[in-house]
Design a protein around this ligand. Structure first.
Ligand SMILES: Nc1ncnc2c1ncn2[C@@H]1O[C@H](COP(=O)(O)OP(=O)(O)OP(=O)(O)O)[C@@H](O)[C@H]1O
Ligand SMILES: [Mg+2]
Length: 256
């Protein structure tokens, strides 16, 4: 039996009168790509922010490698190997690619001078590992296309050597070519053993790279399927008309 890298049990989160998450369960296995889908306001981003510690849960349990954890902030989850890439990337447009990848932790020489050669060499190494083509590590980020900016955001995340990467709507604003490049990057990360969660409204993207797909509706689990055993049409039905599944779904139990 393989221990899941991440388990979330009975996660509840409310914002005032809004119940964003109602006893939600999630399981992520090592090297797995899990698609997280559901209509607007289903609770997808909130669930991931609870996982990284950006939001604090009201109740429920989060396990990392089978051990209970409670991240107080995304810094804490980053220290434990969890990276989330937000939709707006949060980059500094007026700085170059290398500076952005190592933002707020530029390598220092003599503990004082920024070690620029090392920073750019390391930046190139990360981009190489991702197999992304950003022409130059000296290019200002604001001069790059949306797809390449996203590559820089991903490179920054990868430079922390994460074990888990969460993508929130990564393909929403990407061209066909940039989407294809991102899906290749995800496949490459999977090959390197990185587990990933991808939130997307584009089922086709999830069906191309994913192993499993989990559906949320109004803050509740309504279904979970192995990609190989379902179709986009069936998943769409779950998103639109699914009803809450009590406890762990058969798909989850089967993977134990
Ligand atoms: N910081 C917040 N303050 C108040 N309400 C919030 C906050 N974050 C999320 N919510 C509410 O929680 C619910 C779930 O929102 P969430 O952003 O998780 O949905 P989502 O599935 O990511 O939707 P989308 O596909 O539109 O991104 C919504 O009703 C939203 O308004
Ligand atoms: Mg969202």
């Amino acid at each position: 039996m393989t221990t899941p890298i991440i388990e979330m049990h009975n996660i509840t989160k409310t914002f005032g009168a809004v119940s964003a998450l109602k006893k939600v369960n999630l399981r992520l296995m090592p090297s797995e790509i899990l698609g997280l889908v559901g209509d607007n306001s289903a609770g997808k981003s909130t669930l991931m922010k609870v996982l990284t510690g950006a939001y604090q849960r009201d109740s429920g349990e989060v396990l990392l490698d089978g051990q209970p954890t409670h991240f107080k902030s995304p810094h804490e989850s980053r220290d434990r190997g969890i990276e989330m890439i937000y939709q707006d990337f949060a980059l500094c447009g007026n700085m170059d690619v290398g500076q952005n990848i190592f933002l707020s932790r530029w390598p220092k020489r003599f503990g004082f001078f920024v070690d620029r050669p090392r920073m750019y060499t390391d930046a190139r190494a990360v981009l190489e590992r991702l197999k992304v083509d950003v022409n130059s590590v000296f290019q200002r980020v604001e001069s790059l296309s949306g797809g390449r900016q996203q590559s820089v955001a991903i490179a920054r995340a990868i430079s922390f050597n994460p074990r888990v990467v969460i993508f929130d709507e990564p393909t929403a604003n990407l061209s066909v070519v940039a989407t294809d490049r991102l899906l290749q990057t995800m496949t490459e990360l999977k090959r390197q053993g990185v587990a990933q969660i991808i939130i997307s409204h584009r089922l086709t993207d999830i069906f191309e790279v994913g192993d499993r797909i989990m559906v949320l509706k109004r803050g509740e689990n309504v279904g979970e399927r192995y990609i190989a055993e379902t179709t986009e049409k069936k998943v769409l039905e779950l998103i639109v008309s699914g009803t809450p599944e009590p406890g762990l779904s058969p798909a989850i139990l089967r993977s134990v």
